[in-house]
Unconditional design. Structure first.
Lengths: 216, 270
């Protein structure tokens, strides 16, 4: 593929996290990467990835300081492709209860809360949830183009202490099960997607999600 | 009732989340090395050739440990990590000689997902909290090198098992958790490289004292050692070195062994 033919993916840098692994994985699957941090960069971008690890509050602060919240919302309203990863996914929700109540990008109706430490069978488990978990894809989106390449062995690498709750179940594409605690794994609204896991660190199945997003 | 107890036990195992199978690569200069009791080093070759193989076989994570970094006061793994992440798309942890937020930031920028800190944390425990607050607790692995005292206690060592600290391992593990470490990499200096199995008691005691994940490291000689450290000592992850490097087993066989023994692991077909 010539350089000009490669799809262009913009990764948002809001000062919080390490962008190297996401951009490295995207380059590996044949995308051209631009790192962006200004409102007008977002206006020009076709595909945007919002990565992130760390606290919701710091993430939103980083976006607000750079005046990126409104341009990101507009990007999504225009139905341009968007992928939030981990904290990037969580910030797509209306609000979070991490250190008090904080407003999110409000792209998807719902909230972010701490993973319950005790499951329905009263077993205490470890938080953060770190490790590989099987992703259970909802039947109605099994043929969705983002999920092409996934099968019944699809496991992804999760690292998080908070989970996403969607008020509209139609926004949930896939879930995972951490010791019987339900965790939202992939969310979607129009052309906006979010993954709780790290596709860039989830081997071939994760790379496939990125590949399919780049094609969208 | 005995049968009832057994049933409960197996239910508990089914409940358990996936155990992570981790390849540990100890590095000196440009080379993968392997020693006994973290010393007496033998050169194995280019670490990234090993890492690539383990990734293709379906390893869950990789740990790179710079074995001489603390001696020279810096970590030399950045070049190795930069190359590794071109081939390896699972999480990479880097340890050895990291002393500051800037050291951590630099290695994360090279592509590491987490850092393992031992010596610097024992000298300045605040560093654990600083790293955790700045980069997230998932990123802060507290590396503990434990050496058994005569009685049923263990002392924290640094500098690859060469330097005593006078600190008690259980106390330090608990303190590490309260300082917001995300996991503990627990290496038995006594068992490391001996192939005689893990220090099961050590792993069990630490695992029961903290609620963050514990990675068992040091001494895995055969597949049964793995089932034992998971089932009896409640390890959340297992770090494997020479059993992989010397090809005494491989990730595929280890995964099958786990599945046959009711230990949950990631489903994977190479």
């Amino acid at each position: 593929m010539s350089e000009t033919m490669k799809p262009k993916i913009s990764i948002v840098d809001y000062g919080l996290c390490n962008l190297y692994n996401v951009s490295n994985a995207l380059e590996h699957i044949g995308a051209n990467i631009t790192i962006i941090d200004k409102p007008h960069d977002i206006e020009k971008a076709s595909h945007i990835i919002l990565p992130g690890v760390g606290a919701f509050k710091n993430g939103m602060r980083g976006l607000n300081l750079r005046e990126l919240v409104q341009p990101l919302k507009e990007h999504i309203v225009k139905n341009r492709p968007f992928l939030g990863i981990c904290l990037g996914m969580q910030m797509m929700l209306s609000k979070s209860y991490e250190f008090g109540e904080i407003e999110g990008l409000d792209i998807i109706d719902g909230d972010v809360e701490k993973i319950p430490k005790i499951n329905s069978s009263n077993i205490t488990h470890k938080i953060p949830h770190i490790g590989w978990n099987k992703v259970i894809i909802n039947e109605n989106v099994r043929n969705h183009h983002l999920l092409k390449g996934q099968d019944d062995k699809s496991s992804m690498y999760f690292v998080h202490s908070y989970r996403v709750n969607c008020n509209n179940k139609d926004n949930i594409m896939a879930t995972t099960n951490y010791n019987d605690v339900n965790i939202t794994a992939i969310i979607n609204k129009n052309n906006a997607y979010g993954c709780q896991f790290h596709p860039e660190k989830s081997g071939k199945y994760g790379l496939s999600i990125l590949k399919q997003f780049v094609k969208s | 009732m005995v049968s009832g107890n057994l049933e409960n036990k197996s239910n508990k195992y089914r409940m358990a989340s996936n155990i992570r199978l981790i390849a540990r690569l100890d590095i000196k200069g440009p080379n993968l090395i392997k020693g006994i009791h973290l010393e007496g080093l033998r050169v194995m070759g280019n670490p990234n050739e090993f890492a690539k193989k383990y990734y293709n076989d379906g390893v869950d994570e990789i740990i790179y440990m710079d074995t001489v970094a603390s001696l020279y006061g810096r970590n030399n793994l950045s070049d190795i990590v930069k190359k590794a992440v071109k081939d390896v798309y699972v999480p990479i942890t880097v340890g050895g000689g990291l002393r500051s937020i800037d050291d951590v930031k630099y290695l994360l920028r090279c592509g590491a997902e987490k850092v393992a800190i031992n010596t610097a944390a024992t000298k300045d425990p605040k560093l654990i909290t600083e790293v955790s607050r700045k980069f997230g607790s998932q990123c802060m692995v507290l590396s503990i090198e434990a050496k058994r005292n005569g009685d049923d206690s263990w002392e924290v060592y640094t500098e690859n098992g060469r330097q005593k600290t006078g600190m008690d391992v259980l106390e330090w593990a608990k303190q590490g958790e309260s300082l917001e470490a995300g996991e503990i990499l627990l290496t038995s200096v006594d068992n490391e490289g001996t192939k005689k199995g893990f220090d099961y008691e050590l792993i069990k005691k630490v695992s029961e004292s903290v609620s963050i994940p514990v990675i068992a490291s040091g001494g895995m000689g055969c597949l049964n050692d793995l089932s034992k450290v998971v089932n009896d000592s409640s390890a959340d992850a297992v770090a494997m070195a020479d059993i992989l490097h010397y090809d005494r087993s491989n990730i595929k066989l280890i995964r099958e062994h786990c599945q046959e023994n009711n230990i949950n692991v990631r489903d994977y077909e190479a």
